[in-house]
Design a protein around this ligand. Structure first.
Ligand SMILES: C[S@@+](CC[C@H](N)C(=O)[O-])C[C@H]1O[C@@H](n2cnc3c(N)ncnc32)[C@H](O)[C@@H]1O
Length: 207
């Protein structure tokens, strides 16, 4: 029993980068930065069971759209339930690596990511996949658009700043979460160069 629990926790940390879903304090710290009074094209990356998704769907205006990108289909039932409880909202779920979704330049007003960036570090490839993800996020965000990212450790801030070519707009700390987390807020400056490396494989929407 204890061994099973330990294996489950270990798998969650390794694959998902988390122990339990984000707390309402972390969700609130992320979403208070979004102006939901406007119609927005929103992308959520790494929904898991939907701790952030739930609030996103509730808060977004009817004229907004939300794309959810979650690489694992095992969370689909939870996400589909949230979608079904708000049929008036425009929400689509994609089961793919987010690099496959971010192929339209400047498409999103807001990108909210729970990706465990630290897990993507790989010295052997000079962090190739980490930079592929960050470049794709930068590419898919409109100029002036908002990128929100949480991390359990104050890691990868300089990687994000390098890709966006500027300092973070804000970094805040949320202690009431397992684990305590940092929230990064980055806006995309005008006239950014297009990243050279983007994965453009085709994408299927989850049914
Ligand atoms: C830290 S969990 C976040 C879950 C939830 N948003 C929360 O805050 O409780 C990160 C999620 O990102 C997903 N993920 C990891 N790599 C991904 C990728 N390349 N593209 C899309 N989703 C990915 C994982 O499957 C996992 O569900």
């Amino acid at each position: 029993m204890l061994i099973q629990l330990y294996r489950h926790i270990q798998r969650n940390i390794k694959e998902d980068g988390l122990i339990v879903s984000s707390s309402r304090f972390l969700v609130s710290a992320m979403l208070k930065r979004v102006d939901f009074s406007r119609n927005l094209r929103i992308l959520e990356i790494g929904s898991g069971r939907g701790a952030i998704t739930d609030q996103l769907i509730q808060r977004m205006s009817n004229g907004s759209s939300l794309d959810i990108c979650e690489i694992k289909s095992e969370y689909n039932d939870s996400i589909h339930r949230l979608m079904a409880s708000h049929p008036d909202k425009q929400v689509a779920l994609y089961n793919s690596c987010v690099t496959q979704l971010l192929t339209r330049p400047g498409h999103y007003d807001v990108i909210i990511s729970s990706l465990p960036l630290k897990n993507f570090e790989d010295a052997a490839s000079a962090n190739a996949f980490l930079y592929q993800i960050l470049n794709a996020v930068q590419y898919g965000l409109r100029e002036g658009g908002l990128y929100l990212q949480y991390q359990y450790f104050k890691s990868n801030q300089s990687d994000i700043e390098q890709v966006f070519g500027k300092s973070m707009d804000d970094v805040s700390f949320v202690p009431l979460n397992i684990l305590p987390a940092f929230v990064y807020q980055m806006s995309k400056p005008a006239a950014m160069a297009t990243p050279a490396v983007l994965d453009r494989a085709p994408l299927n929407e989850s049914s």
